[in-house]
Ligand binder design. Structure first.
Ligand code: ZN
Length: 453
């Protein structure tokens, strides 16, 4: 049996791992490459998509499911197993991604045409994305499924986003656990990551393998401080946010802060059609909520609605926000400022010293978000160099990812040390930090093949 890493090895995006056994080949995740690695998404797959027998999908983030439409376009006909909530969220994510690629392709082709260069095709279209939907096989947590003869899998809650799973794979008398992305304990709305007791081999993410997050009371306190400050100064607070989970989590906290009287009545705009659609999926899959969120619902309190909160619809309404007078909070995706409506808000507001940009999620190397967070004085947006005069802040505690102590908690949940831990989904510092802290492991290299005996 062999395992090969086709993405998220040495960096965080493009999760894709192949397990080969007998005559079969399965993939765990087939994600988009982003940031500095984004060009890799356009490279042909380093394997034949037609030869893949099944895909096990850990969760609906773009860097885990984003190349599934390309895989299907290239001839993959097999099933894609994922939890029910992941299937619903992945539909939203993949279709949105298809729209973005069509849009950006049109924009690029206009330029290429002007320059007399050959035109390009989009990576995939929204129609390609919807073709993928037919292959999604929704399954519940904690039940054994048999995607192929000789292989079974159990999905355990990874506490990262709604529907996210760590996957136990049983094959040839061995058990391999794919962590997917591990979330934080005590995150709002969703349940905690479940500990798994046994494994021969583990693939473990290491996004924050060298970091410790701020705790929950600190993070909401800091959030409230920034809101009170910009309210007083009359500025705007821009929060680039992942449309899924982070945005809902943020709304949940803002709802709390408003109800507790800790922030003034300031207008809050959620300006992301995808976030609005994802919020609908959250409202549907209450079976995956934690006790606190379920109690809230039982008492008639809706976590995703409060006074002064507006879900912005059309792009005209979004543009109209540019002339919104007075202080307000604008939450928009994408989380790393690589696309979406946040880009036009940044372009409009970054030159204003009264603007604050608050980062609450991971910023991959090479993304505009990372450059802004790292203190750039100017940033290129829509082909223009925009000066950055506002205040730039970040809060780590909102991350959907476990930090080093929480990753160790998950790894130490295994009663016996596994034969090996393959450390993936981390930049070198994160991966090495986790290896050192756990005291063993192998930092996976891109395209490397390892034997599992
Ligand atoms: Zn994720």
């Amino acid at each position: 049996m062999e395992l090969q890493f086709f993405g998220a090895a040495g960096f965080v995006t493009g999760s894709c791992h192949m397990l080969r056994f007998g005559k079969y080949k399965i993939l765990v995740d087939c994600g988009m490459f982003q940031g500095k690695e984004s060009k890799r998404s356009y490279d042909p797959f380093k394997f034949n998509a037609k030869e893949i027998d099944a895909v096990l999908l850990t969760h609906a983030h773009l860097d885990h499911c984003g190349l599934l439409p390309k895989l299907v376009k290239d001839g993959f006909k097999g099933p894609i197993y994922a939890t029910s909530a992941t299937c619903d969220l992945a539909k939203v994510v993949m279709e949105d991604s298809g729209h973005i690629h069509e849009f950006e392709n049109k924009y690029d082709n206009r330029r290429l045409k002007r320059e007399g260069k050959p035109l390009r095709k989009p990576l995939y279209t929204s129609k390609d994305a919807t073709k993928t939907f037919r292959q999604l096989k929704p399954i519940p947590y904690n039940q054994t499924v048999r995607p192929l003869p000789g292989l079974c899998a159990v999905y355990r809650d990874a506490g990262h986003i709604l529907g996210s799973a760590a996957i136990e794979v049983f094959v040839e008398g061995k058990k391999i656990v794919f962590s997917g992305d591990i979330g934080q304990w005590n995150a709002p709305i969703i349940d905690d990551p479940k500990l798994i007791r046994e494994a021969d081999y583990i693939l473990c993410e290491s996004t924050y393998g060298d970091r410790v997050h701020e705790n929950k009371s600190q993070k909401t306190k800091i959030l409230a401080q920034h809101i009170r400050r910009i309210y007083k100064e009359g500025g705007k607070l821009l929060i680039p946010s992942f449309a899924i989970e982070r945005t809902q989590e943020l709304i949940y906290h803002l709802n709390e802060l408003v109800e507790e009287g800790k922030i003034p009545h300031i207008p809050v705009f959620v300006d992301s059609p995808m976030a609005s659609k994802a919020t609908q999926v959250f409202m549907k899959h209450t079976e995956n909520y934690d006790e606190e969120a379920r109690n809230m619902l039982a008492h008639g309190d809706e976590p995703f609605k409060f006074h002064n909160l507006t879900y912005v619809g059309s792009s005209n309404e979004s543009k109209a926000l540019n002339s919104f007078p007075g202080p307000c909070v604008i939450i928009a995706s994408s989380g790393m400022c690589t696309g979406g409506r946040i880009k036009h808000h940044l372009k409009h507001h970054l030159p204003n010293p009264q603007t604050t940009v608050l980062f609450i999620g991971y910023q991959a190397y090479g993304t505009p978000g990372r450059r802004i967070r790292d203190g750039a004085k100017r940033i290129r947006l829509y082909g223009e160099s925009v000066p950055i005069r506002g205040t730039i802040v970040s809060i780590g505690g909102f991350s959907g990812h476990a930090d080093q102590p929480q990753l160790l908690k998950w790894l130490n949940g295994f009663v016996k040390r596994p034969k090996n831990v393959f450390i993936v989904h981390g930049e070198p510092k994160g991966a090495l930090g986790l290896k050192k802290a756990y005291g063993m492991g192998h930092v996976a290299r891109l395209y490397e093949t390892v034997k599992l005996n």
